[in-house]
Design a protein. Structure first.
Length: 466
């Protein structure tokens, strides 16, 4: 990347964010298409996949943290033109991923039942939920490897290649769903089980594609020597970024699991409405995720080349674009809510409740668009602990606490729960803005740069002595 002024930075972020946006849309469809297509087979099954995906999303979040750490460090070393460290970072990421995947898969296989009982998943959809979770959860390592290889490709600005992989993955998933959910000739209808199998087949195909692109277009080498002698300092650096980020994401998604437990109290109609609203909300904030990922790569590159002034400008520019697009889409969702919800269902109760939720969603997206961008950017400058602390405090105090008060105690139902979530996002967003404006992160960058220069000089002097 050739980043030398604000105008060039804007252009690069936009060019990177568009393919990331397309990729995210396609990735989101892999999960949501299961729910959309299963709704025509059995509407109650939508709640089954929705509940299972809460756990799957927790798994994806844990694994994606490693890919985020890898992206930040690879981008930084590219900015510093330190190519020796790039392969080391990637190999360390793979080692950590495999170890974590084994633990997660074991956890799902043995504890899926108790977890779903704790979530109060209704008996009518309990069996389907568990089957979907067990099938998809058994292939955790495939999900993680795909994200890790895709993250490395993004660091090299190979977003279009990742989009190609996502597109093929979605086509395979749609075809698989069509055949396996409803049955086809000699294949019996498998419903939720068919949706899970189709998801896994598409993920395996996606992994094969990104591995092929990785081998063809990057200079990163996967070496067995790292298995015998893991790069401890590099793994420590990955964990330094990854652990607080994982705690933040894990805490937030666990809070969403508890919130889903509240939603399950209100029955299958409300569960289904919640799932549909969450699908639509994804479209509102998905470009925020795209621009935050592009900005994180560019900011990491700028930090590597020690251009802090431009890195600071980049954050505020990305935040403005994120909020504008997110709120505009949410407004359109509200205005045309009946038509949009009509794609999923004709149930008048769902249509009425869904419109109320999208109204509250507009205020929720104000905070969420800030959080998505600010968290990624703070991670890029290695201010990783503050976002984690704020998320743990705010998500549980306002999202869970006030969601329960408004939704269950005050009997506002799903609307009350959504108000609590909106409070969480807005309060957290305000605190993250104040944190970044304080410029405390610049001290961390200066300190880190001094350490790197010191380590480099030690290595240079050692080589001279030899």
């Amino acid at each position: 990347m050739n980043i030398n002024d604000a105008k060039n930075s804007n252009s690069i972020v936009f060019k990177m964010s568009v393919p990331i946006f397309i990729e995210l849309i396609l990735q989101m469809l892999v999960g949501n298409i299961d729910q959309i297509m299963i709704s025509h087979f059995n509407e109650a099954s939508v709640g089954a996949i929705g509940n299972a995906n809460l756990i799957i999303n927790l798994v994806i979040i844990i694994l994606s943290v490693m890919s985020v750490s890898s992206t930040v460090l690879i981008s930084r070393y590219l900015g510093a033109k330190n190519t020796d460290k790039i392969s080391e970072v990637f190999n360390a990421s793979i080692i950590m991923l495999v170890f974590t995947s084994i633990i997660i898969t074991t956890f799902i296989l043995f504890l899926s039942g108790p977890i779903l009982h704790w979530m109060q998943v209704p008996e009518i959809i309990f069996g389907e939920t568990k089957i979907y979770l067990l099938i998809v959860g058994s292939f955790t390592i495939v999900l993680g490897l795909y994200m890790t290889f895709a993250a490395a490709l993004r660091s090299y600005a190979l977003m279009k290649d990742v989009v190609t992989a996502s597109l093929i993955m979605n086509i395979i998933n749609i075809i698989g769903n069509f055949i396996l959910i409803n049955g086809f000739y000699f294949i019996s209808p498998l419903g939720t089980t068919g949706a899970a199998i189709s998801t896994i087949i598409s993920k395996i195909a996606g992994l094969a594609i990104v591995v092929y692109i990785f081998r063809q277009k990057t200079g990163i080498k996967i070496s067995k020597k790292y298995l015998k002698n893991p790069p401890k300092q590099t793994m420590k650096n990955l964990l330094h970024i990854g652990v607080p980020s994982a705690l933040e994401e894990l805490s937030y998604n666990l809070s969403q699991t508890v919130i889903m437990r509240f939603v399950n109290i209100f029955g299958t109609m409300v569960i289904t409405t919640k799932v549909y609203c969450s699908i639509l909300a994804n479209f509102a904030y998905i470009y925020s995720i795209a621009i935050s990922q592009a900005s994180q790569i560019v900011i990491s590159y700028l930090i590597g080349s020690f251009n802090l002034k431009l890195a600071n400008k980049r954050v505020w520019a990305s935040l403005f674009v994120s909020m504008t697009i997110s709120l505009s889409i949410t407004l359109l969702l509200y205005v045309f809510s009946d038509n949009i919800f009509g794609v999923f269902t004709k149930n008048p109760e769902i249509l009425t409740l869904g419109k109320k939720i999208i109204f509250v969603e507009f205020f929720l997206e104000i905070g969420r668009s800030i959080n998505i961008v600010m968290v990624r950017c703070l991670i890029a400058v290695e201010d990783v602990k503050f976002p984690a602390y704020m998320c743990i405090f705010s998500a549980w105090t306002f999202g869970v606490g006030f969601g329960y008060i408004f939704g269950v105690i005050m009997d506002l139902g799903l609307v009350g729960i959504w108000i609590g979530m909106a409070m969480d996002e807005c309060i957290r967003g305000a605190l993250l803005i104040l944190r970044f404006k304080s410029l405390s992160w610049t001290k961390k960058v200066h300190r880190k740069r001094k350490e790197e220069i010191y380590q480099k000089n030690i290595g240079h002097n050692h080589a001279k002595t030899i």
